[in-house]
Design a protein around this ligand. Structure first.
Ligand code: AMP
Ligand code: MG
Length: 346
């Protein structure tokens, strides 16, 4: 049975946090909100507890987990070195959606790191997450709290949809604010390399530490991406067929309108995952729209992206039409997730 506790995201009830920490310390699984997406947490130093995460999610064992800590000093609990660049990045971005890949401590279970000699670690910026880690007194390994391959959860209801009955507890702290996962930055190499774009932009990182590289994560390079296996091909996928249209706005909307017209003529139910101002071009086609926010507001688009995919799936659309919003700033993370969610890219 899965117990759901509702907590204030700003001042969570200490007694409820205590109950959740007890579950963690008894080798259980607790889903909790972070600022990015909901995580599925277990004691990162307990191999048996960590194994339950993989089982509950149906996650392959070659996909490493992110370890969540509550203070910079605790990096040393899981990483064998804390190079100066960690302090610089932590001062700029922690707590926040930046995960750092570092050489691991020998006592971190191999299952956490998928057998790699490195460990991924971050301090999340969410009062409930920080309280849970703090009161548990252990680092908490937590991938996204969804069934493997499915769209990541940004509300407790999403977690319930995917994992109810498979985990011990869900802490409901409302919708998450960033909406896409953390940026994963490997700082064991020079220059550091972004393994997964996410909530902290490349531009923001480069302002602090200078040039970083960006791993080529296009889905067709999946087989080669074993060094960061979460980047395997198709991921974050809704149930409906998702068509992503690249290119500039006006021609993308023209192409998508054509597709919508065709699909409607075939009697298909069509969902639009687009910016507010994009949706007008489809007015006469009776599609089901999910406005993501204004086209230049990447924060809103990122925050609403996964919720939009799930909402359209709930309405049983058979086709979701979306477009690319560019690769600047947070746009890069949105671009990466859409590429991976897409059945077809045109
Ligand atoms: P999730 O928590 O579901 O967003 O998945 C965590 C992701 O972090 C993984 O899928 C990897 O892409 C990345 N990651 C975690 N640990 C490492 C590591 N040691 N080296 C490289 N990438 C990692
Ligand atoms: Mg995930």
């Amino acid at each position: 049975m899965t117990i759901t506790l509702t907590l204030s995201p700003h001042s969570p009830d200490p007694e409820l946090i205590r109950q959740a920490a007890d579950v963690i310390l008894r080798r259980g699984l607790v889903a909790f909100p972070t600022e990015t997406v909901y995580g599925l947490g277990a004691n990162a130093l307990d191999e048996e507890a960590v194994a339950k995460i993989f089982h509950a999610k149906g996650r392959p064992s070659n996909d490493p987990l992110i370890v969540h800590i509550a203070a910079l000093d605790d990096v040393k609990l899981v990483a064998s070195e804390t190079p100066p660049i960690v302090k610089t990045l932590a001062a700029a971005f922690w707590p926040g959606p930046l995960t750092l890949v570092l050489p691991k401590q020998p006592h971190v279970p191999a299952s956490v790191t998928a057998g790699l000699e490195t460990v991924a670690v971050r301090i999340p910026s969410h009062t409930i997450a920080l309280a849970l880690i703090h009161v548990s007194g252990v680092p908490i390994a937590a991938p996204s709290a969804n069934r493997f391959g499915h769209t990541s959860p940004t509300t407790a209801a999403h977690v319930i949809d995917d994992l109810s009955g498979r985990i011990d507890m869900i802490l409901d702290g409302g919708a998450t604010s960033v909406g896409v996962e953390s940026t994963v930055l490997d700082v064991t190499c020079t220059p550091p390399m972004i393994l997964r774009p996410g909530g902290v932009s490349r531009e923001a990182i480069e302002k602090v530490i200078g040039r970083v590289e960006l791993r080529d994560n296009r889905p067709n390079l999946a087989e080669e991406a074993q060094a960061s296996p979460g980047l395997l091909g198709k991921h974050y996928t809704p149930k409906a067929e998702l068509v992503l249209c690249k290119g500039e706005r006006v021609s993308a909307l023209e192409k998508l309108s054509e597709l919508a017209k065709q699909a409607r003529a075939e009697g298909r139910s069509v969902g639009l995952l687009l910016a507010n101002e994009d949706i007008q071009s489809f007015a006469s086609l009776s599609c089901i729209s999910y406005p993501l926010g204004s086209a230049n507001n990447f924060e809103a688009i990122a925050r609403n992206l996964y919720a939009g995919m799930r909402a359209l799936d709930d309405k049983n659309v058979s086709l979701i039409l979306t477009r690319d919003f560019g690769e600047q700033g947070l746009g890069l993370a949105i671009h990466d997730r859409l590429l991976r969610a897409a059945s077809q890219i045109i």
